[in-house]
Write a protein that binds this ligand. Sequence first.
Ligand code: MSP
Length: 523
Amino acid sequence: MTNSAYITTPIYYVNDKPHIGHAYTTTLCDVWARAMRFAGRDVFFLTGTDEHGVKVEKSAMARGISPQQLADENSAEFRRVLALFGLSNDHFIRTTDPDHKRQVQAFIKRLLEKGHIYLGTFEGWYDEGQEEYHTETRAKELDYKSPISGRPLTRAKEDNYYFRLSAFQAQLEKLFAERPDFVRPEGRRNEVLGRLRDGLQDVPVTRTNFTWGIPMPDAPGHVIYVWIDALLNYITALGLADEKSPRAKYWPATYHVVGKEILWFHAVIWPAMLMALDLKLPECVYAHSFWISEGQKMSKTLGNFIDLPTIERYHATYSLDAWRWYMITQGPLEATDADFSAKHFHEMYTAELVNTFANCASRTSAMIGKYFEGALPADGGGEVTNRNWSAICHEHVRQTILHYERFELRQAAMTALALVREVDAFINETQPFKLAKDPANVQTLGTILYRCSEALRIASCLLWPIMPSKVEEFWRCYGVTCNPTKDRLADLATWGHLKPGTRIEKCALFMRVEAPAATPTKG
Ligand code: MSP
């Protein structure tokens, strides 16, 4: 495994406003990026906005502003939201960046020179909303309707430049056969394989029906198709078109994280383009499923859309970290959609954060306050129950890091929380509050509370990528000095870092919240 790591989100269309979908994918990448940095890897985390194409041109026209103005406004809104959510991306790319445009043209020229792009006529079924062509077989499967908007596909014909995708059929089949983890999860990989077996058709690289895009070099009237422009962001952000780029070391990407609806572009067209450019292929394209809301597809008319104001209400009521926790532990990371429900959010918050993590941290700190005047007691040695805490923690740390690495984020969260539950079980079995009644037990009492604090400290390190602010608050209460950008998780997570005598303050991490009366959607 190389030390550098690269993770990307899709770049988001600027004709939409940020909502739970964007927040979700970006949060997944953020958690992974934080975990890998903490694990000692040199991470580059990229997100950004996709700003060209007919849709942006049309929305701008409808508002009576220029496409550039619209892109500037909405891209700024995406960046504002990233900052608001504390997302730790290393760069934010815009497809209107001059540096991106220059490199896209350079890559397209390269493909032309190598004969992977040709001028030809194309006819097919076109989904205007998605700016995507479908083959006859696929269009029939879709009942000649857009799978996204439900609007009829139109028969379209164009004189365009095309990318010889069909020439990569065998190489792509080989890729899928040799690297079963290239597309994850498995259910999604099987869908791609099924479509791949139908045979590949060449795809347009330019369009002539709009002007808001990157001009095709030496071909007046031809504009580079938005999807080709957009996919290339993953390598233009690293400056791969240039001879020497300091960011080149991050290629190939470790994970391209995308939603299931755009997997085909990432799992088939993108690797073929990279093969044509003689560049290495990403390690994994990870396609998550969709959030639905209160049991139904999100829609603005139903009023169940989890838009930015709704998300902000959750932040205000439950905290940003509670929101992140719900995204990671209940989100649609695997092949099925996940339901966002106000009631479920509340239940999970109360069970896992208030009653487990916060309660355990609070009662341990309260007992240290009460029985040891707030100074961490020493571990007096000897067995208290048959727990080998050092071994228990070591195993939880090992498994959690492995889950993070593999993008099994829910399992990472659950393994870290299991360590907190172990501390809870230890307290319930040893009943320190009863032992405290007899001064003769002071040493055992101290040993128990030291072990609880130390195991909690280790669990907190494992939870940090998901809940950075709350964990940092925990660290302040427990006198933990930790800098996740410098310190190494594996070193910190070994037993015995907390020093006896450290001041421990009463710790209240997640407040109890009243159950929601009804769905807090619009209003
Ligand atoms: N611009 C293209 C991507 C180009 S990448 C080279 C695009 N943009 S988008 O703004 O529509 O963003 C799509 C992404 O938003 C999805 O792939 C997914 O990551 C996220 N989501 C949008 N709605 C979603 C849900 N309801 N649930 C979860 N995520 C979804 O497509």
